[in-house]
Design a binder for this molecule. Sequence first.
Ligand SMILES: C[S@@+](CC[C@H](N)C(=O)[O-])C[C@H]1O[C@@H](n2cnc3c(N)ncnc32)[C@H](O)[C@@H]1O
Length: 155
Amino acid sequence: MLFTLAAARQGCKVLEVGGSRGYSTIWLASAVALGVGRVVSLENDPRKVSAWRANVAEADLDAYAELIEGDAFTTLPALGKCFDLCFIDAEKGDYERLFALAREKITLGSLIVADNVLSHSDTLAAYSRARQSDPTLVSVTVPLDRGLEFSTIIG
Ligand SMILES: C[S@@+](CC[C@H](N)C(=O)[O-])C[C@H]1O[C@@H](n2cnc3c(N)ncnc32)[C@H](O)[C@@H]1O
């Protein structure tokens, strides 16, 4: 699904919050490689950072993906880039604040995808409700796998 979303936009610039060991990054980077886009992935666990670098290099995708090590609450605001697609997959209790930070880096018509909104509905039902009642977004819960909230910026 992430591959499909990223591949649909030529030169897609992707922001990923929570890169872990690079599994989702590899799907995203494989897609942006088709249109010479780029993935910026944020991760704060040093062991996962090492695994991310090894896995992305082994997949021969390091030309298309870079990892910024550190707490996303520090690294994300420092990014100067405009992104077309953002994937939020970090601590569930942080999604509300991460969405607000990511939104600052996203252009009109762009998409923010949040993972786990059904598997962690105790925490994330409020996140989905807030997105769906925001008139500057079109937001829908996609009941695929652990549940994804797709929020397109329209204003
Ligand atoms: C569920 S995993 C991500 C999985 C990955 N997106 C994938 O599908 O392959 C969540 C990751 O977010 C990272 N993380 C959580 N809070 C973070 C923060 N504030 N800044 C950076 N990384 C964070 C964790 O260390 C963990 O590796």
